[in-house]
Design a protein around this ligand. Sequence first.
Ligand SMILES: [Fe+2]
Length: 373
Amino acid sequence: MHTTGLAVETMGGLYERDALARDLREARARSLAIYSHLDLETLRVPCLPIVNPPLWELSHIAWFQEWWCVRAGGQGRESILASADELFNSSTVPHDKRWHLDYPPPAELFGYMADSLEATLKALERAAEEDLYFFQLALFHEDMHDEALLMTLQALKLPEPPVELKLPAATQNLRCDIRFDGGAFVQGSRGRKFAFDNELEAHEVHVEPFSMASHLVTQGEFAAYIGDSGVEAPRHWRNMDGRWQVRRHDRWIALDAQAPMMHASFADARDYCRWNHRRLPTECEWEFAANAGVLSEMFGHVWQWTSSIFAPYPGFRPGPYADYSEPWFHTHYVLRGSSFATRPRLSHNRYRNFYMPERSDPFAGFRTCALER
Ligand SMILES: [Fe+2]
């Protein structure tokens, strides 16, 4: 293993080659741990647009890593698994087809996952400095899928995984609106550090003055809204003898009035704002506020819906993984921040997450802005 100090810049600074190898191993162990309490050979998963067959998704993670780190994006050598491209390339294998493919036995797929990782680590030892980008891409891709695996467990009411997860708890400090003066602001990422294509290019925008809530909307506040407005309860909630419960995987737990609202759809968030004479922040306002660093619960609690439709920044150019952003522009909404299920290495002010507005399986809530008088 090289310890020459060669590194690529990452969000928080420099990503050393050794640290990258360590994190690639750790991420793979976590991916496997998330489903380790289930028998994947017998588990039947319904064909829903929001989930993937578990063995397909795990194998796809391994395929993606091998494709970019070992096989030069398909320009290099053949896959370790002969049928890997026909089975696990998400760009060419349509979603619904993933339930009806002729897969090798699970033991062979788990062997492929291990072999792909070992080949990747070997390639990392001799990779040119400029190619370290692809190892980070594979790492972050795995991190994102790991959160999707956790969302699948929630969506399908499967038991809680044996990995450490710290649910967002109540924050005790004073809740208020914070006033931002706005003005000229550079939105997006710039520089040599790793960035996804949709964060680039950094560009100057003008932000009008705005006031944003210091905290996330809580479960108690959302329950008050349902009670007052009579709207239908969110998908993962139920009322038992006058008390609200929230579903966590395969069991129901009492609503925690002080904890952030979670599993909100975009409509849940927007309609709450209308009822409360508030509004959702734009993604630009969210980023402006994040840069000021004065709000609570911005990262590591729940993703936060914004009012912004996911769209390219001026000068957008697709990255090497061209299907990461471009196919989803103008249909999805942007969420900012990060959830308790997001790896901290993915979490930063400029990061743009995006989901279809009807999704309620993400670990998503929201914060509100004051309507300007
Ligand atoms: Fe993927």
